[in-house]
Design a protein around this ligand. Structure first.
Ligand code: IPM
Ligand code: MG
Length: 355
């Protein structure tokens, strides 16, 4: 199995280094993997004038899986839009056809006190957000900023989804629900937006093939509210690209810190790109204080979804649980009585707990 490692910008390199430590330890125990590094985002721009250099894309295409850190830094904010780090990320998602983004929001019992919500509201929380990743207003044409005849500027983005795009993400959500609590909540704004009216219709059609799964629908504004009011009502949430972007950040805070939330972005054949749900946090880059757990847990998702290696996936997840149970915490999740450590020390602790 070949893994393309794309550390990216900001805290990307340091958090990815911790996930690599974990993968190297598994390799020492017989896991057959090969890793190759390449630049993406601002690092891609610095190396090759392109946030997704051709060589990086070629490596990603030739690999079985991609491990990504994060992209973006203020110093690239003044570049033309197509040179900005985020564009590299969006392009690699599109080029590899990674339409299914899985973002589990799982609360580790030890972190109940780290959440800004009351422990009784979040304890036992286990939500899987299934976000469509290659369509919607993120990619819809027409788009751009143009000047109207009266000299005023206008910005345009287009929210669009066709039936087959909705159906394939719907199937992913229902398949996942079958392995969990058999509940899918589809998020839309069908009272206002036709795109999502179609979304709702197609979800109802997909549900016919999964009679054991209970399908419900919720407007996105209500979903945002319910996530903080009573988040445990959710099992699988299936969303379009932009709603999923927003709701997954919100859901991450239920778990104590966005530094805990991994993600998998999969194509039709379970080839995948694995990255933490959080960003590049340039303000804390290089300070050895970032939380590497979301990246380490993303590597566990890689083992599960692309390599079909449930045993090693569980081994990594258990090592993370054990580390938390020992009271080891990075700054973002530290609470009274715990031991605060840096990014590298957290990686070492997880490796030591692999058992
Ligand atoms: C995410 C990020 C990206 C997105 C940005 C960096 C383009 O927020 O992965 O959630 O909007 O998809
Ligand atoms: Mg986001």
């Amino acid at each position: 199995m070949k893994i393309a490692v794309l550390p990216g910008d900001g805290i990307g390199p340091e958090i990815v280094a911790q996930a690599i430590k974990v993968l190297e330890a598994l390799r020492g125990d017989g896991l057959k993997i090969e890793m190759e590094h390449a630049p993406i985002g601002g690092a891609g721009y610095d190396a090759a004038g392109d946030p997704l250099p051709e060589a990086t894309l070629a490596l990603a295409k030739a690999s079985d899986a991609v491990l990504l850190g994060a992209v973006g830094d203020w110093k690239y904010d003044t570049l033309p839009r197509d040179k900005r780090p985020e564009r590299g990320l969006l392009r690699i998602r599109k080029e590899l056809n990674l339409f299914a983004n899985l973002r589990p929001a799982l609360l580790y019992p030890e972190l109940a006190a780290a959440s800004t919500l009351k422990p009784e509201v979040v304890s036992g929380l286990d939500i899987m957000i299934v976000r469509e990743l290659t369509g919607d207003v993120y990619f819809g044409q027409p788009r751009g900023i143009s000047t109207l005849p009266n000299g005023e500027r206008e910005g345009i983005n287009t929210m669009r989804y066709n039936e087959s795009e909705i159906r394939r993400i719907g199937r992913v959500a229902f398949e996942i629900a079958m392995k969990r609590n058999k509940k899918v909540c589809s998020i839309d704004k069908a009272n206002v937006l036709e795109t999502t009216e179609l979304w709702r219709q197609v979800m109802i059609e997909v549900a016919k093939d999964y009679p054991q799964v209970e399908l419900s629908h919720m407007y996105v504004d209500n979903a945002a509210m319910q996530l903080v009011r009573a988040p445990k009502q959710f099992d699988v949430m299936v969303t379009g690209n932009i709603f999923g972007d927003i709701l997954s950040d919100e859901a991450s805070m239920l778990t104590g810190s966005i530094g805990m939330l991994p993600s998998a972005s999969l194509d039709q054949h379970n080839k995948g790109m694995y990255e933490p749900s959080h960003g590049s946090a340039p303000d804390i880059a290089g300070k050895d204080i970032a939380n590497p757990l979301a990246t380490i847990l993303s590597a566990a998702m890689m083992l599960r979804y692309t390599f079909n290696d449930e045993a090693n996936a569980a081994r990594v997840e258990n090592a993370v649980k054990k580390t938390l149970a020992q009271g080891v915490r990075t700054a973002d999740i530290v609470t009274e009585g715990c031991r605060k450590v840096g990014c590298a020390a957290m990686g070492d602790a997880v490796v030591a707990n692999l058992g």
